[in-house]
Each structure stands twice: as structure tokens, then as C-alpha cells.
Write a new protein. Structure first.
Lengths: 194, 194
DNA sequence: TTTAAAAACTAACAAACGTTAGTTAGTATT
DNA sequence: AATACTAACTAACGTTTGTTAGTTTTTAAA
């Protein structure tokens, strides 16, 4: 990964280091002075590139939210079956989690540190995402492709069942992203029972 | 729930309010003065009942860790099939999450604020828990009750698939704890595919 | 009713926090 | 070589933080 990095702007570097730091210590447990040290400049100097500590968190959260949304839009219009759509979304989630482990972790754990106003916006986006994801499940049930499960329960079970990936995945485990996505999909689609 | 509360000691009240506050604002986003206000005394007065802010977090985390462990020990020796053991543990998790939503949320999200030393202890307990949970899956596979899934993947998919319950459950939804546990179990055991 | 202990209070500390102001160093353009 | 701009620096600000010290009030026992 680091070998591929092409001249990150200082702002991007700050946000990237912030993702790493917030993931490790939490937003509330990370100080601007800690962060500055990781970036390699003084805390005050960072304010030439960012407006505030809050802004960093917002950028991380909304950037990731946008990516999730974009992929959902793409999947919605694809001409594949409903189970295939869900599997495609699972695969995308797994990939995004692995490729952006720091940022995803921050979104999942530290969105509650967003300002009231931004939190409302964030929750609204997330809500919309869930509704559209649920719609795919719903249509899949109507089409007879899924069992008649409670849609909310299925939705959240699927979405939250992916949250451990961020903590678990290492290339050294010898499980590729693709295999991982397939295995998780298999469990959610067909269950663990023989 | 509040109607059943029997004279909570002030220490218990502090920890209970702390669970609620930490869940809402995060450990790093909650001040002792905030907490004191919820408890109804001055911040300084709390120190007659607790040693430090850290101690509160530790108590919450290790208390819940202990409860998870205790239930696992019980389930391990029960004379039921491996799938039944997993389903029993899922049902217990769901119940614990619902009955202790605040504390469970804090454990899941704020354990990273534990001191280095206590965090090592906490992780060690959690690790042990996961190993023993995995052992049940493993034996279930050997017994032919489960598919030959990757044990780690199954383990973490099951465990983390329950994390949304804390955010979703309300009595007003008309889904009982028991129904909820059954529906989640059904998905994990048999999948959503028709 | 006196006494002792428990639990609350006020006041304050030292440290850490996010952030601003003012200044200096580096870089690119004319 | 002079100019202008960017990005870094040092110093400090006003708060807020967790916590301690010392004092007063409340509670319970004798």
C-alpha cells in the first residue's frame, strides 16, 4: 500500500493520520498535539490545512458515507438477482473495510462525536442507506428469492455482521478479500447449519 | 424497569448513569461534571464512591466481561447439541444486550479508553471467550452439525452480527427478546436464501 | 441529645485541551 | 534580486479537564 501512495497533500496526510489515531485512541482520546506529532509538524501549523478538529472527523465520516452511497446506487440498477445484489454489496463492504480500515473504524465508532447538526445530517444519510438496502431485501422476498424473514432484522444482521472484518483482516492470514466476502456471504445466505 | 429498581447504592447509581452518559457521548466526550449533574451531586462528591473516572470504565467493562464468561461456562457443560449451544448463546447475548444496553454499548465502543494494563487484561478475557466460542463451532463441524466453514469467520460473523441489537431494540416495536433471538438465530443457522 | 461517621459542599490546582496571533523560514515567480 | 505567497514556527489565550484539600451538612448510633 505505501508504495503506491502518490504525493498526498498535507491536508490528506493530516486526515489519513487522524483516521489512524482516532481509530486507535478514539476521537475524544486523541489530541491535536498527538496528531501533529504523527504528521510531523506543530499543532498550530495544522490549522493552515484544516479548520478544526471537528472538521477532520466530519470529512472522514461524510467521505465514507458518500462512498457507501455511491456503490449502493450502482448496485441498485445492476441487472442481477436480488441475492446477487446483496452479495455484491457484502463484497463491496468487505473491500471498503479492508482498504480503508482506519476511516471505516472511525465512522463506526466515533460518529457520536459529530456536532449535533452534522450528526443529524450523517444519521439521515445512514438512514437512507438502510432504507434502500432494506428495499432490496424486501423485493427479494417478494420475488421468492429470500425466506420471509423480518426485513429489519435481516438488514441489520447482515450489515453489522461485517463489523469485525476491520479488526480481523490481515494479509498474513492468507484469506483474500474475495474469499472472505464469499465466506461471509455463504453464511448469511445459507447459514452455518449442515 | 425503573419501577423494579431496589435501592441502588450511590456507587451503583454513578456507574449506571456513567453507562448511560458514556454510551451517548463516548468516554472521552463525557466529563465528570456532566456525570455528576446526572447523578445529582457535585463532581468532587463522587470521589467518595469511586476512585477515578477510569475506575468507572473498568468496572463497566469487566463486570460485563464476567457475565459473558459466566454464561459461556454454563452453556459449555449443558447436555445439548452444538447448534443448540450456539443458539442458546445467541439468545443470551440478545438478552444481555437488551437488559444492559448502556453497559454493553460502552464495552463495545469504549474499551479502547482502558489503561494499557487493564486493556491487556480485558483483551485477554475477550480472547479466551472467543477461543471457547470457536471451540463449540469447531466441535459442531466435527460432529457434522455445521458446514465446514472457516471457524474464525463463522465465529466473528455470529458475534458481531448481534451488535446492532443495542441500537435497534425498543419494546414498542412489538418484537420480544425471544422472538428477536430466534429470528437472528434462524438467519445465522439457515441463511436468508429461500 | 450528644457523638461519630458518612456524604455532601466550595474552592482551587495543575495539566491538557483546541485554537488564535504574530513571526519566521522556505519556495516559486517576476 | 526583489516580491509575494505558502507553510511552518513559537508563544500564549481562555477553557475545560480530572482530581485534591478542607469544610460543612446530613444521617445514624449511643
Amino acid at each position: 500500500m505505501p508504495t503506491l501512495k502518490v504525493k498526498l497533500s498535507k491536508r490528506e496526510l493530516i486526515i489519513s493520520e487522524a483516521s489512524k489515531l482516532f481509530r486507535e485512541k478514539g476521537f475524544g482520546g486523541s489530541s491535536m498535539r498527538d496528531l501533529a506529532e504523527k504528521v510531523g509538524i506543530e499543532a498550530a501549523s495544522m490549522y493552515h490545512h484544516i479548520r478544526s478538529k471537528d472538521e477532520i472527523l466530519e470529512e472522514i465520516c461524510f467521505e465514507m458515507a458518500h462512498r457507501y452511497e455511491a456503490q449502493l446506487s450502482e448496485t441498485e440498477v445492476q441487472d442481477i438477482s436480488y441475492p446477487e445484489k446483496i452479495e455484491a454489496l457484502i463484497a463491496f463492504h468487505v473491500q471498503l473495510i479492508i482498504d480503508n480500515a482506519n476511516a471505516v473504524s472511525v465512522v463506526n465508532n466515533d460518529w457520536k462525536y459529530l456536532s449535533k447538526e452534522r450528526m443529524i445530517a450523517f444519521k439521515s444519510i445512514r438512514n437512507d442507506y438502510e432504507k434502500r438496502f432494506a428495499a432490496i431485501i424486501s423485493k427479494g422476498i417478494e420475488a421468492g428469492a429470500f425466506k420471509k424473514v423480518n426485513i429489519s432484522i435481516a438488514l441489520f444482521t447482515i450489515l453489522s455482521s461485517l463489523r469485525w472484518v476491520e479488526l480481523w483482516y490481515k494479509p498474513t492470514r492468507g484469506v483474500t478479500k474475495e474469499d472472505l466476502a464469499k465466506d461471509i456471504s455463504a453464511i448469511l445466505m445459507n447459514g452455518v447449519k449442515a
